[in-house]
Design a protein around this ligand. Sequence first.
Ligand SMILES: Cc1cc2nc3c(=O)[nH]c(=O)nc-3n(C[C@H](O)[C@H](O)[C@H](O)COP(=O)(O)OP(=O)(O)OC[C@H]3O[C@@H](n4cnc5c(N)ncnc54)[C@H](O)[C@@H]3O)c2cc1C
Length: 596
Amino acid sequence: MSYATPVRDIRYALKHMAGFDTLAATGAFDDLSDDLIDAILEEMARYCDEVVAPRNRDSDLDGARLENGEVVTTPGFREAYQAYVDGGWNALAFPESAGGQGLPSTLAVVLIDALNAACMSFAIGTSLTIGAAKAVKAVGTDEQKRLYLEKLVTGAWTGSMNLTEPQAGSDLSAVKTKAEPVGDGRYRITGQKIYITYGDHDLTDNVVHLVLARLPDAPEGTRGISMFLVPKFHVNDDGSPGARNDAHCIGLEHKLGLHGSPTSVMAFGESGECYGTLLGEENKGLRNMFIMMNSARLDVGTQGVGIAERAFQQAMAYAQDRKQGRAPGARTGAQVAIYEHPDVRRMLYSMKALTDAARGICYANAVAYDLARTSPDEGIRESAAGLEGLLTPISKAWSTDRANEITSIGVQVHGGMGYVEETGAAQHMRDARIAAIYEGTNGIQAIDLVGRKLTGDGGAAAKRLIGDMRSTSLAATASSNATVAKAGAALGRAVDALSASTDWLLETAAGDQEAVLAGASPYLRQFGNVAGGFYLVRGALSALDAGLAEREMDYRLTILGFYADNYLSEAEALTSAVTAGSASVAKIDPDAIRGL
Ligand SMILES: Cc1cc2nc3c(=O)[nH]c(=O)nc-3n(C[C@H](O)[C@H](O)[C@H](O)COP(=O)(O)OP(=O)(O)OC[C@H]3O[C@@H](n4cnc5c(N)ncnc54)[C@H](O)[C@@H]3O)c2cc1C
């Protein structure tokens, strides 16, 4: 089935839901005119649809493999990657002084959406390179920047993120990889990392690994972790790749999905000859790695949006083509397309409404990221930073949880044809599954939301957002458009429920951590549902104001009404799960469960 980047939906989400136009007022960007943005989106769509999307099926069937110690990627990936670098896509949101194009990071997030819809296992490598470039730019020495920054910004070399070890997954305090100074400014690295995305490949002539490791006598736990820059090939003074470093991929994981992405077991210093340089201050590695990880979390959330979009388009096309049953109420007559059946439309509208809501959240998160860094107004910068912090775990976890549901519904729309592999619907479901696991599992995101983002500032950012949601709900309730008014009222009830959960969590946080942690995941789901509804309602109000063409407006309103009926009402019901306390997950003796 042919796939096309949803340029119209992207434009709608940017303009009406996420407030992209506020970025022009910062004065930080030369030109953000509608014409320029349209031109970028059209070119992005051409690249994603014509160059990357045709590789998606092959990436599943003919994934990365290890041959004689070298990783070989899916046929066509090398050409697609070269076109990515030549097109300047990696450099989109870096400042011109660092070899970039000086555009807002929000456009890089849009690219992640489009690229992941086109081929998720191709796209994931690019996010890590962008993250590595951000880390080198933020904390690298002048020499590290001279040798590596432009190569990473342009994507001429890729970056990889090396945190996980067998005993250190969610709990990075257990990292054991060692780094010993050798006296000439370099460090000898020894250890093994697992699950490293694009740890090795044949797309570029060098790979820049950012590795978490411990210095001798480093404090225990996360306070004793430093970050090191470890190239696959050492770099000569003129910037060319030199001798091979002792950092090797010694195995590729066999996975449920994402077959085109080489998930590598990396051995550093098997021969005792792996050398790297300290990136950032000693023992501040985890904090600095978060420079990569925070933007990577939004990227993974947006990955969820992309793969959901792909699954939706495929299911929609199938539903118009596949004929089964008679028209509702008819006993005779020709078979009709399954799209005619209300239950099938329910599935499709669920996919569409959730995808649009997740896109609104992720793009609003990206706009907040940009405002927090570029607004000349300190107050705007501060509130944008609060919103960015709050939305990041929601973007990551809600969008990817929903992507798992959406891709699964996509299989359901296909019936048996979804379960057999030839339609590709099953691939989307398998590929999407990882997004809820890596970059901090969704459970860890929920803990981040209630633990740091909500209580860290005494609830200030959450209450500000809840206040904005209330104002939007009031404005919508007063709308002369009946669908918007009804959705506004539903938003108001959902905001009341979210506010009750928020107050309960803030009150309980000091006394009963276990109760707060027990409610973390339902709270994130509730927050995501309400935030998604908020951005959809905001979008409809703005689009009505702008006089959107009637045909598109009608369709947007149908999706809004569906979302309000199904997901804002769900949000209302979630307060009881959030506030149930630890009793609802009281520890049961495992032997009692097993009947022993
Ligand atoms: C395809 C793939 C690509 C990856 N790419 C990279 C990469 O490029 N670089 C890299 O460093 N890593 C990478 N990872 C590793 C990934 O980030 C980890 O798998 C993830 O962080 C979870 O760690 P774990 O697998 O050890 O699970 P565990 O930490 O063992 O978690 C198991 C379960 O327990 C829960 N849990 C754990 N601790 C807590 C807690 N304190 N409170 C509540 N619940 C908890 C988790 O939410 C999860 O549900 C990748 C993994 C995969 C599969």
